[in-house]
Design a protein around this ligand. Structure first.
Ligand code: FMN
Length: 162
């Protein structure tokens, strides 16, 4: 069984909803289990055994929320060799900084020895770039991209670790 952990920070629910959609996408692939967990309540045992880790958070001042940054800075679980992906919520479409926040998360995950993946534009429409981005509540195309990210990570994790 492939195990995927989806760790998110969310104050007003937008990123939590994204995390649920990402999980929905993960579960589209047979033989995969996926669990969402708020960054304040990490199941360290599950995280340690996970093949893939998705991180999601809101954009704060054009960067990842400090709560998620603190997680990356301080998590004691060994993340090396796990497949990783990201999703970020912002308020302002067309320039709120979510893309940059994703790149910062990706940088932290690389430093931890993780293998980063989104599927990019190679998986067809709706196109993903660095990860899934949503403005405010994830609906329509924003929601579809979250599901797609989950599916892409899930199938790649199965290919690598199954
Ligand atoms: C301290 C703070 C800083 C924020 N900075 C930005 C920002 O730079 N760009 C932006 O688009 N939204 C910004 N926002 C809005 C949040 O990213 C947005 O409302 C997000 O959807 C909240 O996610 P959540 O519901 O999961 O908490 C900020 C919100 C807070 C509280």
């Amino acid at each position: 069984m492939i195990r995927i952990a989806i760790v998110y920070h969310s104050e007003t629910g937008n990123t939590r909803r994204m995390a649920e959609l990402v999980r929905e996408g993960c579960l589209r692939i047979e033989g995969v289990e996926a669990r969402t967990m708020p960054v304040e309540e990490i199941d360290r045992e599950y995280l340690a055994g996970a093949h893939a880790l998705l991180l999601g958070c809101p954009t704060y001042e054009g960067s990842p929320s400090w709560q998620m940054k603190r997680f990356l800075d301080t998590v004691e679980v060994d993340l090396a060799g796990k497949l990783g992906g990201v999703f970020v919520s912002q308020n302002w479409p067309g320039g709120g900084g979510a893309d940059f926040a994703e790149v910062v998360l990706i940088a932290g995950m690389l430093v931890r020895g993780m293998l980063i993946y989104s599927g990019g534009i190679t998986k067809g429409y709706p196109y993903l770039h660095f990860g899934a981005v949503s403005s405010r509540s994830p609906e329509g195309l924003y929601a579809e991209r979250c599901v797609k990210l989950g599916e892409n990570i899930s199938s790649k994790a199965k290919e690598l670790f199954g």
